[in-house]
Every structure is written in C-alpha cells, then in structure tokens.
Design a protein around this ligand. Structure first.
Ligand SMILES: [Zn+2]
Length: 271
C-alpha cells in the first residue's frame, strides 16, 4: 500500500469504508470507523523518506540515546519477567519487532535464546551494533525476507510499543503471526484507549469541538514513527483471534511500574 494514496475513509482495522473525520487536532485529524469504532490518525509514514540509510550515528545521537537508555532498561526487565512467566527462553528462537537499541534482544540472548530483531531506524541499528554488538535487521516484518524465509520459524515474538506506531497495524500483526510456530507465543504492549484521560477528552470534545481535544494530542503524533492509532482491548483481542492467536494473559500494567499503568499488555499463543 502506498501511504500517499491511502483513503482514510477505509478503516485500517476492519477495512470498512465508513471511517469519518471525528476529532480535529492542530495538524491532523482522528478518523473513527462507524463499523468497528477504530480510531486512527490521517497520517502515514513515508518509509522511503523516514529511513535515510545514509545518516551516520553522531555524538549528538549517542548522547541523546544514553540520556534515555536507563529509563528503558528497567521496563525491559519487567517485560522479560512477564515473558518468562509464560515461556522458557533458553534455546527458543525469538524475534523482537521494533527492537529499538537491541536491549530486549540482548536480555533474551543472555538467557540462552537464539534471537533476531527488526529496527527501521538506522541510527538505532548503528547504536545497537556499537554498544551491544547486535546486528538488527532493517527489513520490516511484512517484507519478503521474513515472509518467505521465516514462516512458522519463531517460538517467541515480541512487539513492545510497536503496534501504535506502524502504518498498517492489522497487516503488521498478521505478518508477525505468520512467522510464529504453532504453539509459539506473541507478546505485546501498547497504549490503551480506555484510559480516563482519553474518554474524558472524547466527552469534552462533544461540547467544545476544536483543535485542543484535551489530552487527545498527547496520544497521537504526526512525527515520523509517531502514534497513529490507539486500540481498545476488544479491538486487539479481535485481531488476535482472527489471526489464530488465543489470548492467554492480559493486563493493564507491569508490576510495580506506575509509569506503565493503563496499557494493554497481552500474551497470546498461536493455535
Ligand atoms: Zn473499522
């Protein structure tokens, strides 16, 4: 699908042609599907522009990444604990989609998994190689490289804070699931639309429509790789089920992690 030609009346979740512009933000509009109530931004990444592979990792990049790496490492450990409570990591074949700096992949490797990771940002890939010696892949999960060579290959696939960023979440998730072995497990987390601030914003907007829908602008972003859609649990559950993945665990937060409250956290097993 060519992002520049996408018709936003088409729901990105159910494909129905009944999506309507509902909430106007400053530089974009949130569409709502009249069939399945999916909310998505009228904005897609042009991957040919966003992924400039000629960009070199600079000291400025390094400093920025270093300033944020510690806050993430704690979260990755919580995610690891969550995964370990459902699957034995040692000797399993694992794929981390949206691997960032490769931190989570490294945690899996040190516990005996055979890992691969996908990261579209060349800066992050360079950093992962420099810092951890991890070679992340640039090819996205729906591309031929994975779909032809790694069908039903992985025991474990993780997608941390990914599904809200991609252009076409349904296709991305389905593509990932194709790479899972039967009985393999998929783990993901993503912001939830069912949090109070989002629901209040919707109510507020009914009375005072305008650019500042209270908190809505903080949920979405037109920046490259920004948040393009926010799911409800029901919508994600439906997507899992249609793709042959049974949800075995769901939660709203990781234990003892107040910053990650009210997320959707899911573990699913492929039939
Ligand atoms: Zn829909």
């Amino acid at each position: 699908m060519d992002p520049s030609e996408y018709n936003f009346q088409r729901c990105k979740l159910c494909g129905d042609m009944t999506a309507e512009p509902t909430y106007n933000l400053i530089d974009s509009t949130i569409y709502t599907c009249q069939n399945c109530d999916f909310h998505f931004l009228n904005q897609l990444d042009d991957n040919s522009k966003n992924f400039d592979n000629t960009i070199q990792l600079s000291n400025q990049h390094r400093n920025y990444i270093k300033s944020r790496i510690d806050e993430n490492s704690n979260l990755h450990l919580k995610r690891l604990k969550f995964v370990q409570s459902h699957i034995t990591i040692s000797n399993c074949k694992a794929l981390d989609v949206g691997a960032g700096l490769g931190q989570f992949q490294r945690l899996l490797e040190t516990r005996g998994a055979e890992t691969k990771g996908i990261e579209p940002s060349p800066i992050r890939r360079d950093y992962a190689l420099e810092k951890f010696g991890i070679n992340l892949h640039s090819k996205l999960v729906d591309e031929e490289y994975w779909q032809a060579g790694f069908t039903q290959y992985f025991d474990l696939i993780t997608m941390w804070d990914v599904i809200e960023h991609v252009n076409f979440p349904k296709e991305t998730l389905e593509s990932a699931i194709k790479l899972l072995k039967p009985g393999g497990m998929l783990f993901l987390d993503t912001p939830s639309r069912e949090v109070l601030s989002y629901r209040l914003s919707q109510q507020f907007y009914r009375f005072i429509p305008g650019e500042m829908g209270l908190f809505l602008p903080s949920f979405y972003s037109t920046a490259p790789f920004g948040h393009k859609q926010i799911f409800t649990l029901t919508q994600l559950r439906g997507l899992f089920q249609k793709s042959g993945v049974e949800i075995v665990y769901k939660a709203k937060s990781y234990r003892n992690n107040p910053e990650r409250k009210n997320k959707i956290i899911l573990a699913g097993k492929k039939r």
